[in-house]
Design a protein around this ligand. Structure first.
Ligand SMILES: [Zn+2]
Length: 210
């Protein structure tokens, strides 16, 4: 839309400060870690802590590497020579490490992922990689559960998808209300797993047996 003050507005919205903030440099991140070290009452210059900011930065790269992954792309290669296989496929107890988006505290858990194929299957390691791609982000467990199930459902178009996550949240086991030993269980079902109580039950018994 062109208005007399259009160009002014445009200049404002495309100025550096209004654009998507640029990614901080590695030095800036290491400085931020140094600030945290000083803030807890330590001296970032002492021998034992000298290399900590660089190490923490590398650790963060690993913790949040999921942003570089495209989970849908992981499922693109499928196999159709399955001799009419039409029973559920269940990958059980996939260990994952994530971080809660409220405290950036670890969420450590396991995922159970099942689907009922419609004429094609995906390499089983790919299911674990989808879990990883979503886990290595700032997360809440409910959202992560839905993201895994929705992605498999959208890309593979199976008869159904079921995902259960059980995880311990360090923001409540090692701080806050301090309740070690508790875990959070979330699930998301699509298709036959949602509509058919027997199919759902078959899957859930495989979760509980594990
Ligand atoms: Zn938290």
């Amino acid at each position: 839309m062109k208005t007399p003050d259009g160009p002014v507005k445009k200049r404002r919205t495309t100025s550096k400060s209004a654009e998507k903030p640029k990614k901080p440099s590695r030095n800036e991140v290491e400085d931020a870690v140094r600030t945290l070290i000083r803030w807890v009452g330590e001296d970032p210059a002492r021998d034992g802590l000298h290399e900590t900011p660089a190490r923490v930065t590398r650790a963060f790269e690993e913790y949040f590497s999921g942003y570089k992954e495209d989970p849908a792309a992981l499922l693109e290669k499928t196999f159709e020579e399955i001799e009419g296989y039409d029973e559920m496929i269940v990958l059980r107890g996939i260990r994952f490490e994530s971080h809660c988006e409220h405290h950036m505290a670890p969420i450590i858990g396991r995922a159970w992922v099942a689907y009922l194929p419609r004429g094609r299957v995906v390499g089983i390691s790919k299911l674990a990689r989808v879990v990883n791609a979503f886990a290595k982000r700032m997360q809440i467990q409910e959202k992560m559960t839905a993201q895994i199930a929705n992605t498999i459902n959208d890309v593979l178009d199976p008869y159904g998808v079921a995902v259960v996550l059980k995880a311990e949240h360090h923001c409540m086991t090692t701080r806050g209300v301090m309740k070690p030993g508790t875990d959070l269980v979330t699930s998301r079902m699509h298709g036959v797993f949602r509509d058919n109580a027997l199919t759902r039950q078959e899957f859930l018994s495989m979760v509980n047996d594990h």
